[in-house]
Write a protein that binds this ligand. Structure first.
Ligand SMILES: Nc1ncnc2c1ncn2[C@@H]1O[C@H](COP(=O)(O)OP(=O)(O)OP(=O)(O)O)[C@@H](O)[C@H]1O
Ligand SMILES: [Mg+2]
Length: 451
């Protein structure tokens, strides 16, 4: 099923600018799509067509399979289904206060006052703008305006959300939070479409990428395909993401395999895999205490020296078993060839709509951690992150959480992942997929029954 589709779409602005020319795009329902291309390529114009702010000069835009109509009742229904956050928040914000601005859409849906209040406060909370309710939007900073504009669209709860350059103007924490929010919305089944000039984000985040240039689609594909094609990337004034640039250089020098990494973690894995997963097997570590046979043996570097400890420690990267008696200060042989795989537990936390972090008290979180004793903690989604922080703990993995947990598991370390709402199912699916693809059997368990 396609959420949106354009069929031979042409668009000309009144001054004659031919912004879109024969554009055919299909966007699968519930997918994460990035639209890339140089300035003036037609990206924003295309997004305006998606919620019928503009109407094609010729050709058709289809929404959930049906050609869009442009009478006023059809327009109302389209705008309820497709929410667009414009590139420039000043185009979007108009009400005298932040609260009135965010309430505008839901009020138009003729929802009850309580429902509007609930949506407004949840949306402002999700973008980190609670407390700004009574301020006039024009007094806010650019990034703050952007967040309010996003909240305004969230409050409409559209099934398709379109973001024109959502990361521009946001500080690094704001960018990370928004990326997480986009994933969370997608986990809830929403189709998410963004335009961006941030190639690292597009590579890591998108399911599918479409490239526009001079009003035409020049290529579509999964990030791997797109970013393997250097001439395409340079031809479209784009840039190769840093992990891929680094990978190219390492590959040319024979340090990694050819598989194109889409993130820093994938790059690291590619180097490790190439040099042999069990590279440290046959090496020795300095025993930090006395070891008996079969003791857990946590391996890591301390000040450049490979050390072994009976307990987990911060820089430890692997766990294996001690084979014999070794005294403190002596060398302990490392054997990573037969490491028992670490477990992964996935704990589903409530989502913002279920009452948020307050619904899962610190004692419950502590109880789960104390009973399973994971080596690492991961958190996916804003609510899960708050829940872990409320417990006074820090999470080890806050991005690329599932990949990090799987990679830790291969090195004998277990992870407990706290995942907000439906992100828990996505995490489970992803591990099952990786198990199948890599022929591994990383054992994972959902533990939401205990909440
Ligand atoms: N309101 C307008 N009137 C006339 N021409 C316009 C208008 N808006 C955009 N254009 C033209 O349409 C073309 C596509 O513009 P568009 O804003 O869609 O590009 P874009 O890909 O979003 O670029 P950017 O990366 O800079 O945001 C450009 O040539 C632009 O000059
Ligand atoms: Mg634009």
């Amino acid at each position: 099923m396609h959420a949106l589709e354009t069929v031979d779409v042409d668009f000309r602005y009144p001054n004659g600018a031919h912004a879109l020319q024969g554009v055919n795009i299909k966007i699968r329902t519930s997918s994460k799509i990035a639209i890339l291309g140089p300035n003036g390529a037609g990206k924003s114009t295309l997004l305006y067509l998606f919620n019928a702010t503009l109407r094609p000069t010729s050709g058709t835009v289809r929404l959930n399979g049906a050609p869009m109509k442009y009478d006023s009742s059809s327009l109302r229904s389209i705008r309820q289904k497709v929410g667009v956050v414009f590139q420039n928040p000043d185009e979007q914000l108009f009400a005298p206060t932040v609260k009135q601005d965010v309430s505008f859409g839901p009020l138009n849906l003729r929802l009850s006052v309580e429902e509007v209040e609930k949506r407004v406060s949840e949306s402002l909370d999700l973008v980190g703008m609670s407390g700004f309710e009574n301020l006039p939007p024009h007094n806010l900073s650019t990034g703050e305006k952007k967040k309010v504009a996003i909240a305004g669209v969230l409050a409409m709860e559209p099934e398709i959300m379109v973001f024109d350059e959502p990361l521009s103007g946001l500080d690094p924490k704001g960018q990370a939070d928004l990326t997480e929010l986009l994933d969370q919305l997608n986990a809830d089944g929403k189709t998410i479409i963004v335009t961006t000039h941030r190639m690292d984000f597009a590579a890591e985040w998108a399911d599918e990428i479409w490239i526009l240039k001079n009003g035409k689609v020049t290529k579509k594909g999964v990030p791997n395909e797109i970013f393997s094609d250097m001439s395409l990337i340079h031809g479209a004034n784009l840039q190769v993401p840093m992990p891929i640039q680094t990978h190219n250089e390492l590959y040319l020098r024979g340090f990694c395999n050819k598989q194109v990494p889409l993130s820093v973690l994938e790059l690291v894995e590619s180097v490790i895999e190439y040099s042999g997963e069990n590279d440290y097997t046959g090496h020795y570590a300095l025993a930090k205490e006395d070891f008996a046979p079969l003791d857990d043996c946590f391996i890591g570097f301390e000040n450049g020296v490979l050390v072994a400890s009976r307990d987990d420690f911060k820089n430890c990267f692997a766990r294996c078993r001690c084979t014999g008696q070794v005294h403190k200060g002596k060398e302990i042989p490392i054997d990573l060839s037969d490491v028992p795989e670490g477990k992964v537990w996935i704990v589903r936390t409530p989502g913002a709509a279920d009452g948020g972090a307050e619904m899962m008290p610190a004692t419950v979180v502590r109880g789960l951690i104390d009973s399973r004793k994971p080596n690492r903690i991961g958190a996916m989604g804003t609510v899960a992150k708050s829940i872990v922080k409320n417990t006074g703990l820090n999470y080890d993995f806050g991005s690329e959480v599932v990949n990090s947990a799987v990679s830790a598991s291969r090195r004998g370390l277990s992870t407990m992942i706290f995942a907000t709402g439906k992100m828990a199912d996505l995490a489970a699916k992803r591990i099952a997929y990786l198990n199948q693809r890599m022929g591994e059997e990383i054992s994972f368990q959902m533990v939401d029954g205990e909440l």
